[in-house]
Write a new protein. Structure first.
Ligand code: ADP
Ligand code: ADP
Length: 238
């Protein structure tokens, strides 16, 4: 059964149609790249998956739940099963790397105000394990804002792993990074997904990165799905 099953999804903001009759079905373990220019609807689609906004019409079923119908505790429960990585990393700059990772274990908003002392030793060990996984164990006690962009995004990935998510959503995770860091971050997302059997939906605007790192490319244009194909079916030289 698909982990994400979207049908007839339309989202309008006033007179702007951000998504028009979108269908998307994602099977467990797939690595899907949403490819499209700025404004094509990628962020809007990812926000729908975690119920950040109500759809104008259509069905959004994620991990067996009808997302638009969820509220309160059931919505939080769904979100805890879906990790989210953002273009601008969204770390707390003044906290250490380890504290930032630990905030991923908490319900939204309470996190950043807690110091290290507030977390059980068990969670600290888990967080250190995730930092090791993303290659930044040696930075655990540095302030987050002393790290490069690529390193900060790896910290954000470690933070997302704290919930043990089944799905990882990444909204333009490498748009602020140089080409080398972009490749490192995409490689890491791919490795972690394969190891953990995570399903990934990652938005990108660069065709070359999409072809290198996606299993499947879903092209969005003006809010419509205009392409849905295995990455292997597209040649990089075309
Ligand atoms: P992308 O992520 O591909 O850049 P977006 O999903 O951010 O695209 O935007 C799709 C369209 O919807 C754009 O025209 C954008 O201006 C519009 N849009 C997105 N979010 C909002 C919002 N909160 N209010 C009004 N318009 C929005
Ligand atoms: P992205 O391309 O990743 O969506 P944007 O810079 O377009 O990033 O959007 C950043 C935020 O602004 C998003 O939360 C989006 O919903 C909101 N937004 C985008 N376009 C509009 C718009 N036309 N009117 C109001 N809010 C918008």
């Amino acid at each position: 059964t698909p982990v994400i099953d979207i049908e007839g999804l339309t989202k309008e903001y006033g007179r702007t149609v951000a998504l028009r009759d979108v269908a998307l079905r994602v099977e467990p373990g797939e690595i899907v790249v949403l490819l499209g220019l700025s404004g094509s609807g990628k962020s809007t689609l990812l926000r729908q998956v975690v119920g950040l906004e109500a759809p104008t019409s259509g069905r959004v079923r994620v991990l067996g739940e009808e997302v638009p119908s969820l509220t309160g505790r059931r919505l939080r429960a769904l979100r805890s099963r879906v990790g989210f990585v953002f273009q601008q990393f969204e770390l707390v700059p003044s906290l250490t790397v380890l504290e930032n990772v630990l905030t991923g274990a908490l319900a939204e908003l309470r996190g950043p105000r807690l110091g290290l002392w507030a977390y059980p030793r068990r969670l600290k060990l888990v967080a250190l394990g995730h930092l090791d996984r993303v290659g930044l164990l040696d930075r655990a006690y540095q302030r987050a804002d002393t790290l490069s962009g690529g390193q900060q995004q790896r910290v954000a990935i470690a933070r997302a792993l704290m919930q043990n998510p089944e799905i990882l959503l990444a909204d333009e995770p490498v748009a602020s990074l140089d080409p080398e860091s972009s490749d490192q971050v995409m490689a890491l997302i791919r490795e972690i997904a394969m190891d953990a059997g995570l399903t990934v939906v990652c938005s990108l605007h660069q065709v070359d990165l999409a072809l290198s790192w996606g299993d499947r490319i879903v092209g969005l244009r003006h809010g419509e799905v205009v392409l849905d194909t295995p990455a292997s079916g597209l040649s990089k030289t075309q």
